[in-house]
Design a binder for this molecule. Structure first.
Ligand code: GLN
Length: 432
C-alpha cells in the first residue's frame, strides 16, 4: 500500500507551490539570499515517527521560533515568578519588532515579540552565567527539544548583528527600565546567536512534538522541561505566537504556533502532533506565506483546531448490568475510553445517585484507555463511598490504568484482572 500521509502532504505542497507572493526577510542580508523556492512540511508524531514531504532536511536558521523554547528554558531555570516579573503574557497586537513596553511596569508585553524575547534570553540559565555560557545553555536546551545537537550559523549571526540597530534600541530601552540588568549589547549578541541556530523542518517538527508531548522528546525520551512550563508556553504561543496576525490564526488555524523570519513555522497540537513547514517568502507580518496556507489546509483537512469540540463524554458508562444472582450478584459498571472530569462525573452519577442494591459492585476498566488525575480521584471517591455504604468494591483493571488505587479513609477496593474474578472470587483465582 502506498503511504497515505506523505502522499497527502505532497499534494498539499503542490497546491501551495504556485503562490510566489511575499518577500524574503530583507533586513538580514544573509536571509535575503535564501532560495525562495524551498518548500517542505513535516509531521512528528508523539512516538517519534516523522512524516515529511519536500525539503525537510534543508538547514535554515530558527529565528523567532527559538522564542517559545528559550521561554521554556527561562521558566524552568528561574521559576515563573522571576520570569513573569520581567515579561508579561498579553498579546500585543503589534509587529514582532515593535519598540513597545507596558506603560506602568516597563515590561515587554509578551515573550514572543523581540522586546520579550531579548529579555527572556537574559533569563535562560543561572543568573551568574557568562554570555557564552548563556548561549550554550540555550543551544543545549534547543538541542534537547530537537533530540540532536544543533549548531549556530556564524554567517547569519554576523549578518544580523551588523544590522541589529532596532534590537539594540529595544535592549537599551529595556536596560533603562531595569528590565535588563546586564549590558544591552551583550544580551542582543546572545539573542542574535540564539536566532541563528540551524534547524531543519524535521527538527522543528520534533521540537513542536516535544511541546505536544508534555515536554518529553519523543526520540530521546528526555523530559526537557516540566509539564507546567509546557502549558504556559503553549498558551502564550496560542495568544501571541503569530504577532499581529494572532487573532486570525487562532480562529482559522487554531493551533499554538510560532513563525520565524527565515521561513519556518511550527505548530504544536497538545497530545497529538508537532507540525513544521518551511518556505522563505514572508507576508507583511513576517509569517511564511506558503507556511500559513499549509497550516490552514492541515488544520481544516485533519480537524486539528484546538477548539474543535471533542465527542461528549456521555458514553463513558458503556453498560450497567448485573452478573449472577442472589447474595453473590455483582453489579458491573462497564466503563470505556479516556476518562477525564466529565466522564468521571457520569460514573459518579450512575453509582452514587442510584446506589446499587447489590452488595458487590465492580468498576470494569477493561476498555478504559486512560484516566486523568481528577478522574482517578473521583473514581476512587466513588469506591470509598460505596464501601462506606456497605458494598464490596472491585476494580477490574487488567492494564493498571489506575495504578496504586488507594480510596482513602474507610474505602477499600479489590483489584482483579477480569469481571469473572470479581464475580467468583473463590473459584477463579485470587485478587491482585
Ligand atoms: N532575529 C530576528 C529579529 O530579531 C527574529 C525575528 C523573527 O523571526 N520574527 O529580528
Amino acid at each position: 500500500m502506498r503511504p497515505i500521509i506523505p502522499d497527502y502532504m505532497t499534494e498539499a505542497l503542490e497546491k501551495v507551490r504556485p503562490d510566489t507572493s511575499g518577500e524574503r526577510a530583507g533586513y538580514i542580508p544573509e536571509l535575503a539570499t535564501a532560495d525562495p523556492e524551498r518548500l517542505g512540511a513535516a509531521f512528528a508524531m508523539l512516538d517519534g515517527k516523522v512524516y515529511g514531504a519536500g525539503d525537510i532536511d534543508t538547514e535554515f536558521t530558527i529565528q523567532s521560533i527559538s522564542k517559545p523554547f528559550a521561554y521554556a528554558l527561562a521558566l524552568t531555570d528561574r521559576g515563573f515568578d522571576s520570569v513573569l516579573a520581567k515579561v508579561g503574557v498579553e498579546p500585543s497586537g503589534e509587529a514582532f519588532n515593535e519598540i513597545s513596553l507596558e506603560s506602568t511596569t516597563g515590561r515587554p508585553l509578551n515573550p514572543m515579540i523581540n522586546a520579550g524575547a531579548i529579555t527572556v534570553h537574559s533569563l535562560a540559565g543561572a543568573q551568574d552565567l557568562d554570555p557564552a555560557g548563556r548561549v550554550e545553555r540555550v543551544l543545549h536546551g534547543l538541542s534537547a527539544f530537537a533530540g540532536r545537537r544543533l549548531r549556530i550559523d556564524e554567517s547569519v549571526y554576523a549578518s544580523e548583528i551588523e544590522h541589529a540597530h532596532r534590537n539594540l534600541a529595544i535592549a537599551h530601552m529595556l536596560r533603562s527600565h531595569d528590565i535588563l540588568t546586564g549590558d544591552a549589547k551583550t544580551v542582543v549578541d546572545g539573542y542574535t546567536r540564539q536566532c541563528s541556530v540551524l534547524v531543519t523542518t524535521r527538527d522543528l517538527a520534533m521540537m513542536a512534538a516535544t511541546l505536544a508531548n508534555r515536554g518529553v522528546n519523543p526520540l530521546s525520551g528526555e523530559q526537557v522541561v516540566p509539564e507546567t512550563v509546557v502549558r504556559q508556553v503553549l498558551s502564550v504561543m496560542f495568544s501571541c505566537g503569530m504577532y499581529d496576525a494572532a487573532g486570525d490564526w487562532a480562529t482559522q488555524v487554531g493551533i499554538p504556533a510560532k513563525s520565524g523570519v527565515a521561513g519556518g513555522l511550527i505548530g504544536a497540537l497538545p497530545g497529538q502532533i508537532g507540525i513544521a513547514t518551511f518556505s522563505p517568502r514572508l507576508d507583511p507580518h513576517g509569517n511564511s506565506v506558503r507556511g500559513v496556507s499549509l497550516f490552514e489546509r492541515f488544520s481544516s483537512d485533519m480537524g486539528l483546531h484546538v477548539m474543535e469540540v471533542p465527542a461528549a463524554a456521555l458514553a463513558v458508562v458503556r453498560s450497567n448490568h448485573v452478573v449472577g444472582s442472589g447474595p453473590n450478584a455483582l453489579r458491573v459498571l462497564e466503563l470505556q475510553g479516556g476518562i477525564g472530569f466529565a466522564g468521571a462525573e457520569r460514573v459518579v452519577k450512575e453509582a452514587v445517585d442510584n446506589e446499587p442494591s447489590e452488595v458487590r459492585v465492580a468498576l470494569d476498566l477493561t476498555r478504559v484507555s486512560s484516566v486523568d488525575d481528577v478522574a482517578r480521584r473521583m473514581l476512587l471517591e466513588v469506591a470509598r463511598r460505596l464501601t462506606l455504604g456497605g458494598h464490596d468494591v472491585f476494580l477490574v483493571d487488567p492494564e493498571s490504568v489506575v495504578p496504586d488505587p488507594e480510596p482513602g479513609d474507610g474505602g477499600r477496593v479489590t483489584v482483579v484482572d477480569t469481571v469473572d474474578q470479581a464475580a467468583n472470587p473463590t473459584r477463579s483465582g485470587s485478587a491482585r
